[in-house]
Design a binder for this molecule. Sequence first.
Ligand code: 8DG
Ligand code: MG
Length: 345
Amino acid sequence: MAVTEADAPPASEVRLTTERLTLRAVTPDDAEQLHRLLNDWEVCRMLQAVPFPYPRLIADQFIADSVSQRLDGRAYHFAVTGQEDGREKLVGAVGLTLLPGQRRATIGYWVGRRFWGHGVAREATGRVLRWALANLDLDSVEATVAIDNPASTAVLRAIGFREIGRGAETFLSRGNGSHSVLRFEAARADLAPAPTQSTPVADSLAAAAAPPGLPLVLVAACVLIDGQGRVLIARRPEGRAMAGLWEFPGGKLEPGESPEEALIRELREELGVDVARSCLAPFVFASHSYPKFHLLMPLFLCRRWQGHPVAREGQLLRWVTPDEMMDYQMLPADKPLLPLLRDLL
Ligand SMILES: Nc1nc2c([nH]c(=O)n2[C@H]2C[C@H](O)[C@@H](COP(=O)(O)OP(=O)(O)OP(=O)(O)O)O2)c(=O)[nH]1
Ligand SMILES: [Mg+2]
């Protein structure tokens, strides 16, 4: 998919933090510590592609490969570091490898033995997973765990991975033959905090309009159209439900608001632009059942506004032609609307 991230920091420079840890690109300076931590039978025997003993030369080679893979966007190997006596200390690594052309990736991780039992794998791997689903063109991430590795299985389940099957794989450190493994997968819905709030307006309509049991959520959204017939789309940022998917600017109605009022407020909050009510033309609406709520979303068109749209809420913005828009992974409710928009423009 031809989605360039020119206005986002290049993924090769990504540095992620958690409460206790920093995750950054592996560099040649990590080789010595990495070799010391990984050249440990208890660590190696759980990793498929790591021999035991683990020669220093292979550590150097792994680091050189991971630098070039990161630059090409093929894989992201993070050094997981913590602070000890005021100094940065390597504690483990997390690697994410993209499966070309598939919107899927595999993830793997290890933690040095002396750092076991502190939730490092869970904290670091969960962080990379959330970043990846929000910022790379992915819909799911897979992991494989040796059947005799219950600690790692628990890590994956805690992060939100689901078991999807069993299989057999070779493990370099364990010699010939294949060994039983469990396969896991995590998609956006396994991570995202489900949006639960609905407005009083929505609540009062819910019984009539939504499928049984699903609260109705009212959202107003807008297609901003520029002088060249391009439309503005936004990528939902990390931390939001369905992060990483693209949408039209807008948001939920607050109590007492009309859709137009909500939209004028949202466009100011999200993009810093001012829109007059008379410049909002109703176009179509989306009616879509998500797992936890039913969405009813009027979509307006707008060709005139004041100010230059800027991302005020950490979202990524993109002006796209209607044809280009088809290459973006839009929110599920928006998909039926796209051909209508393309016909219009
Ligand atoms: N803005 C917008 N929301 C959409 C679109 N398609 C679609 O399914 N939605 C859904 C995603 C969300 O569940 C919901 C909008 O909720 P939101 O979380 O963005 O709402 P908001 O901007 O008011 O943000 P917040 O204050 O609740 O954090 O509508 C779309 O094209 N634009
Ligand atoms: Mg919004």
